[in-house]
Design a protein. Structure first.
Length: 206
């Protein structure tokens, strides 16, 4: 059952403890720890690359907020907020939490910052024309302290050198992994890869 806190303060730079309390109820212990790690990494990358540290921290904190809810709760959110899934999204439940997460953060928590919402929405697939906040969240999810998959150290090294190089590597890694496993590749991921090659990090500077 989803938790529906009332009267949340929509100031992006406050209420971290309230959000953490909510996350501790909605997520498994492992997923909650992951969210804290991603938030810390997102803030670090924002400070390094000229992003908004507090916005990136909050995006990291909340990005997996609906990750552990059952499928029927995802379906309720889709119905409640008129969300239409593509054929690939219908068949790929791993993507659902990014879509429902954005809707929950906006409609239940009352956070309306478009850049933060967009970053949460595309933190799994990425997309073309990502904001700096979205790129930072995408890469923080790859390189957070709790991650231990093969190649994580390579991406951690790259993210400290160049967002562009890290994005290209991370997207190639994702596409290769999905291909090897015979899974769908969302068109947004392909668009993100091509967009990064075409335009690089030119859009990710303030």
């Amino acid at each position: 059952m989803l938790f529906c806190p009332k009267g949340e303060n929509t100031d992006l730079n406050s209420n971290y403890e309230k959000y953490k309390e909510l996350l501790s109820k909605m997520l498994t212990e492992k997923r909650y720890y992951h969210s804290l790690c991603v938030a810390d990494e997102a803030r670090r990358l924002a400070e390094k690359y000229g992003g908004d540290p507090e916005k990136c921290y909050l995006a990291g904190l909340l990005h997996d907020i609906t990750k552990n809810i059952p499928p029927e709760e995802h379906l309720k959110i889709f119905t409640s907020f008129g969300i239409m899934l593509s054929d690939i999204e219908k068949k790929t439940r791993k993507l659902w939490h990014a879509i429902t997460g954005e809707a929950y953060i906006k409609n239940v928590l009352g956070i309306t910052d478009g850049e933060l919402l967009d970053a949460v929405r595309y933190h799994t697939t990425a997309k073309a024309d990502m904001s700096l906040t979205a790129v930072i969240l995408y890469l923080a999810d790859f390189t957070s302290l709790d991650r231990d998959y093969e190649d994580v150290e390579v991406i951690r090294e790259l993210v400290n050198k160049s967002l562009e190089e890290a994005m290209v590597y991370a997207l190639k890694f994702s596409i290769s992994e999905l291909t090897e496993e015979g899974k769908f590749i969302h068109p947004d991921t392909v668009d993100a890869y091509n967009d990064t090659l075409l335009f690089g990090g030119k859009k990710w500077t303030h």
